[in-house]
Structure formats: C-alpha cells, structure tokens
Write a protein that binds this ligand. Structure first.
Ligand code: ADP
Length: 190
C-alpha cells in the first residue's frame, strides 16, 4: 500500500507518520527530512535546497521528482509499503508520482488529509521553532510557507478527491484520536 499523508506545515504529518510506522511498518519518505539531512551534510543538493527552504519556498519540481525517482529504485525502498510525507506538494508532483508508481506497477492507494485551521498551525509552528531549531520555523517564513501551501499544495485536495482517494481527517483532535481515525480508514481499505 502506498499512502500519502497530506496537509499544511505543522498539521502533524511527521507525528502521524511515526504512529503509522509503529503500527504497520511502512517505509517513511519524508522529503523535508531528506532535504534537511542533505543541508546538514552540506551536499550539493543540500546547498541548493537550502536557498529555497530558508525562504519558505518549494524546491523545483524537477529536482524533487528526480530524488523520488531514484529513491523508489533503491534497495531499501523497493517492495515496501510507503508513506509519502511532504510529497507530493504540487499538482505537477502528484501527476508525476502517478507515472512513477504506475511504471513500477503501483498506485497511490490513499491520501490522508490532516485538516487544521491556519491560526492553530501558526501557533504550533512557532512553538516547534523554539525546540526544533529549524531555520524555517520563524513567523515570517511560517507565513510564507502557509501561503505557498494554499496556492500550490491545497489544489491537490481536489486532484485526489476526483480520484476518490482523499480522506479528510480532523487534525485538531488529540494525537491518539487522530492516529485511531487514520488506522480505521486504513483497515477499511485492506
Ligand atoms: P513542513 O510541512 O512542516 O513545512 P517539511 O519538512 O515537509 O515541513 O518541508 C520543509 C521544506 O522542505 C518545505 O518548506 C520546502 O521548502 C521543502 N520541501 C519539502 N518537500 C518538498 C516537495 N515535495 N517539493 C518541494 N519542496 C519541498
């Protein structure tokens, strides 16, 4: 099963991905974590990515897609059930993900949309910034990321609704309650 966990910055994608990994043993592809790791190691990809991420912008689709294409062929990912966390983030990425999976005989089986109001997201991200040390968790960049989310990423909701794979989940609930709601949906798909 290939699952996309979808929603705005700070909606709880990472937290719920961890729960799903504990419960079902998915392989976790978090594009944000992957890029931050490259930045920390000062690789050429990291140096390029940092310019976009520190401004709250998305890295270019072609770059993101070539990373995913390579990753899907890597021995640690092949044959596993995957959670995509933070990807796709644009309609172009979603269309290309369909192709990338299709040519390997797979598909996106479900899209879990964690829905949280903007005011709550801003509060969560500011609080996270106090501990995470993430360069993009400051008020100015948070506002930019939310704008990017509404303009470029939110249209994916409709994209997946049209394909019948979008499942909205109330992301304002308690962490355990959200995890149970997601699990109920996954089990209904099995
Ligand atoms: P959050 O959802 O909390 O903002 P992520 O860790 O998912 O954080 O992503 C952090 C940053 O990494 C994004 O703001 C963006 O700059 C970059 N990034 C992550 N995933 C993608 C993607 N699929 N396409 C383009 N840029 C991405």
């Amino acid at each position: 099963m290939n699952l996309v966990i979808f929603g705005a910055p700070g909606c709880g994608k990472g937290t719920q991905s961890e729960r799903l990994i504990d419960r079902y043993g998915f392989y976790h592809i978090s594009t944000g974590e992957l890029l931050r790791d490259q930045i920390a190691r000062k690789t050429p990809l990291g140096i390029t990515a940092d310019k976009y991420i520190s401004q709250g912008h998305l890295i270019p689709d072609e770059l993101m897609l070539s990373i995913i294409d390579d990753l899907l062929d890597s021995p640690e990912v092949k044959g596993k059930n995957i959670i995509f966390d933070g990807f796709p983030r644009t309609v172009k990425q979603a269309e290309e993900l369909e192709h990338l999976l299709q040519k390997r005989g797979h598909a996106v089986d479900a899209v879990i949309g964690l829905e949280v109001p903007d005011e709550e997201l801003i509060e969560r991200l500011i609080n996270r910034g106090k501990e995470s040390g993430r360069a993009d968790d400051n008020l100015e960049t948070i506002k930019e990321r939310l704008e990017v989310y509404h303009n470029q990423t939110q249209p994916l909701r409709k994209f997946y609704e049209e394909r019948g794979s979008y499942k909205p989940i109330n992301g304002s609930n308690a962490i355990d309650a959200i995890a149970d709601d997601i699990a109920a949906h996954i089990e209904h798909l099995l």
